[in-house]
Design a protein around this ligand. Sequence first.
Ligand SMILES: Nc1ncnc2c1ncn2[C@@H]1O[C@H](COP(=O)(O)OP(=O)(O)O)[C@@H](O)[C@H]1O
Ligand SMILES: [Mg+2]
Length: 338
Amino acid sequence: MTKARVLLLCGGQSGEHEVSIASARSVLKAAGEQFSVSPVVISKSGKLLSLEDSQKALGQGSTENLSSSGTLQTLSNDAYDVVFPLLHGPNGEDGSIQGMLKLMGLKFVGSDILGSAVGMDKLMMKSVFAAHDLPQIPYKRVLRSEWLSSPEKVLASLEVLTFPLFVKPANLGSSVGISKARNEKELVEALNLAAQLDRRIIVEQGLEHPRELEVGVLGNDFPELSPVGEISFASDFYDYETKYTEGRADLVIPASIDASIAKECQELALKAFAAIDGAGLARVDFFFDEPSGKLYLNEINTMPGFTTTSMYPKLWEAAGVSYGELIVKLVNLALEAR
Ligand SMILES: Nc1ncnc2c1ncn2[C@@H]1O[C@H](COP(=O)(O)OP(=O)(O)O)[C@@H](O)[C@H]1O
Ligand SMILES: [Mg+2]
């Protein structure tokens, strides 16, 4: 049997450019035997690198000093059986790349346009979850235009929520532009920051140091669920620095929680995945407020971090699925007719 030809797209224009390249290196190493893998790197400015420069970028871990451009032709021919868009954040995980691949008639790992777009946009995601009666923390939507034109009115509309508040751009991910506001002064600063980054903003009721639980989903219409993992860290919240600085956060798998809470996480993860029409893989994140015993759905990530030490592969490893086996399953799920 000939090996399936996999186009591995990585890099990209989001704050997770480097993580994506690191993930792709791991995938290339683990899947090089099973599949014929061609990595193609997208630079931070959105340029597609040539196959040759992509190899170099993977070797050095960045696109520094590399600029020979590939063309869309690199993608659009019959050279690949499946694409693994290992890209995070805007223009990677939000349905745009998925739309392009679909137009080109290519099969790909992960959610389709709709699931990717709904999973990426925090406001749309929350509306869809609400329509499915999934438990979420109260929040309000603020438009940049409203904030700039009538800040007093916006602040008044937020008085139904109590401090601390979390302010988030609707479409960024990796904690970029997210602030915890403890008073009105911080709220104003937080809204100013978020408004620089996005047209639409979420202001959410904050929990004080909730436990952060995560579940892996793997499959299409009848997905499997991983054990529950927990992220533990010392900082005030899981901000960009804590996420991407080596040694700042620990993964605990399985999370040390009651079996009933673990079961609830898995049930909710399944519902969240179906609600957005997820496919292939997703990591579903929760807040567990220990004092009240309440569990809240926080978000779904349709292309979670995928280095060998990332939560998603680690969750499956705990379930007996090795990193290499996980990639094989994902490629097969992408090839499966949906
Ligand atoms: N309502 C909240 N209460 C407490 N902490 C929160 C809340 N919202 C976000 N956080 C903290 O901010 C982090 C990032 O927020 P999240 O909504 O997951 O955005 P991202 O998509 O960037 O990961 C969370 O992991 C958590 O540490
Ligand atoms: Mg998150």
